[in-house]
Design a protein. Structure first.
Length: 237
């Protein structure tokens, strides 16, 4: 029996957003676990796994061989998506990087990014910067979800390049920390995430006040978080 890859929750959530892909490009694939899982789970027919690290790719190739999938996974040393030609991959997945870096990768090769049907992203941080880039550069969000992994709540975002995203009137047009569909679908982790976000800034404000200062920006962030919590509660009734 061949080895079956089991993904940690944040990567499985990203994999769950990919179905029926003829060719997926796994960017920053590390040791190739997500790439192999996509093939094993029948989510992709072929995968191009890329990374800036040749040693990581060697481990990915060994894993593919162990799983009997070497013929369906191609590996390439590359920074970003510059190794892809427009239209080669119908799906691009970028997981485990900062949101700003993901935005830079997309902006460096817009022809490739815009030619994909789906781009799945799992930012480790910098969600606001990523969401702002997506909204301002015609990558409307098609789906998003929250997942708890190792004591943290991660955001998984799937975008379909095309027209500019239309934000509902009830959702703040300048809000980039979260997406409106998380409120519409009443994601069970939404209120816990907002509460963590608010409480973290309350702690920062208390610390600042202990030093004799009271930053207005922190107070504004806390007030906005509380307003979003109230909105989430109302929409879950």
């Amino acid at each position: 029996m061949k080895y079956c890859v089991k993904l940690r929750p944040r990567l499985q959530a990203a994999a769950d957003m990919i179905t029926g892909s003829a060719h997926t490009a796994d960017i920053g694939c590390d040791h190739g676990r997500l790439s192999i899982a996509l093939l094993q789970q029948g989510r992709a027919e072929r995968v191009t796994a890329s990374d800036i690290s040749e040693p990581s790719l060697q481990k990915a190739r060994l894993l593919a061989e162990k799983c009997g999938l070497s013929s369906r996974m191609h590996t390439v040393v590359s920074d970003g998506i510059s190794h892809l030609s427009p239209g080669l991959a119908d799906t691009i997945v970028i997981a485990g990087m900062g949101g700003e870096l993901i935005a830079r990768i997309l902006s460096a090769s817009p022809g490739v990014a815009q030619s994909a049907d789906t781009i799945v992203m799992q930012p480790m941080r910098g969600v606001e910067e990523l969401r702002r880039y997506l909204r301002e550069n015609n990558y409307p969000i098609a789906d998003e979800r929250l997942v708890s992994d190792g004591g943290r709540i991660y955001q998984i975002i799937s975008a379909s390049p095309g027209e500019r995203e239309s934000v509902p009137a009830w959702f703040p047009s300048d809000e980039y920390s979260l997406g409106y569909s998380l409120f519409e679908k009443a994601d069970p982790l939404l209120i816990p995430l907002l509460t963590q976000y608010r409480n973290g800034h309350i702690r920062r404000l208390d610390k600042a006040r202990g030093k004799g200062v009271s930053p207005v920006a922190l107070t504004e962030i806390i007030n906005r978080a509380e307003a979003l919590i109230k909105l989430a509660v109302e929409m879950q009734k």
